[in-house]
Design a protein around this ligand. Sequence first.
Ligand SMILES: Nc1ncnc2c1ncn2[C@@H]1O[C@H](COP(=O)(O)OP(=O)(O)OP(=O)(O)O)[C@@H](O)[C@H]1O
Ligand SMILES: [Mg+2]
Ligand SMILES: [Zn+2]
Length: 443
Amino acid sequence: MSKKKNIFLCISCGAEYSKWQGKCPGCGEWNSIVEAESSPAHTKPRRESKVVPLSSIHSDQLKRIITDIDEFNLVCGGGIVPGSVILISGEPGIGKSTIALQIARTLKTLYISGEESPVQLRHRANRLGLSSDNIHVLSSACVEEIQNAVRADKFECLIADSVQTLYTSEIPGSAGSVTQVRESSARLIDLAKSTGIPVILIGHITKDGSIAGPKILEHLVDTVLYFEGDFSKEFRMIRALKNRFGSINEIGLFRMSDAGLVEVSDKNSVFLNSVGSGSSGSAISAAIEGSRTMLFEVQSLVAFTNFSNPRRMSDGFDINRLILLAAVLEKHGFMKLNSHDVFINLAGGFQVNETSADMAVAIAIVSSLKDKPVPRDTGFTGEISLSGEIRPVSQCARRAQEFARSGFKRIIVPEKDASEAKKAFTGEIVPVKTIYEAIDRVF
Ligand SMILES: Nc1ncnc2c1ncn2[C@@H]1O[C@H](COP(=O)(O)OP(=O)(O)OP(=O)(O)O)[C@@H](O)[C@H]1O
Ligand SMILES: [Mg+2]
Ligand SMILES: [Zn+2]
């Protein structure tokens, strides 16, 4: 037996190091690096490999398993690829086991339930109205038993709920330790590749270092799906953070109900606050999420402060971008924001990563500062530069089309995008060159 060599893993970003460090150079997190045994998976090949011409590989091996959850198929890139490994991660209670069970309903599934008893699982299945004939439960999370169970019967899907409970008796360490999570998952990944059965791994996000987080598995699996949502609201989103078999731009949208996760019907406007109309401090913009265009509402609260250091806080929008926009509004929009706190929130827990949201954020701030509402039928899209100019956005026509579809009468767009917007929007199009001009046209 070769000498064991230990490695060091960052549980926050998954980076691997040869020696311990107090701060992870990869993600900047402190005290996130833990010692782990170097995985045998990396030192000894468990599958026999031989050289084959690529052309001899049949590409129809990539035939996908289409589940009856369209939104899930979408984020996976059009269905589950046989033999692929999908990691579903998210905060405790967000709905990981629920979606897993709903995926399992149409496939003959081996469900490894390390967290809940079979009785609890049966209760959930009943609540979700699933016929449980297809679902077979193994309450042991021991990898060797799982391998035996897979060999003994023909399954179409394997779900491990959760990776933090998996263990293999071949190596020391308790379930949940970095070494166990990594090694046990690696063996299930091997099982997926050798049998062609898709494997779904479930992992919670944990901040404290005692339980190994799903981050350390991200580079091992084919697809990483991240479950997010606002706990106070019923909306849940699944986002692909990595996908070897599809685009990572698609999001899946669900509503959590007693009967489980249901796909929302009006997907493009779930993030609009239908009741909040008429009050100041809100503006609506459009974001491109893969094949989908989403309307969302920016809410702002601007409040006077005596402190010399006014606060800027943001939920769903980049905080540094907000600080920058507030400075631009101060200098080029002539808004007295240095004596005001500025808070930004996107309705329904939406998160936007596009600069095209700039104009809506700026207008929402001005609306709150002036205490004048923005007309509800007006939409905004445009990036704001440091000099206060409104810059064009990508795919303006698609955004304009979504505004039109949702009954908007007027859109404020970058001047350079006006002709593109015209192709898709028959209402009033207001082209603007600067943020000053935009404020002037709205208020
Ligand atoms: N009648 C119900 N009983 C229990 N949960 C319900 C019910 N109706 C809706 N729910 C939702 O189901 C959620 C739990 O979902 P689920 O168990 O799938 O989450 P999870 O991500 O697997 O959590 P964990 O990390 O604890 O395993 C609850 O947070 C709640 O929102
Ligand atoms: Mg669960
Ligand atoms: Zn790190």
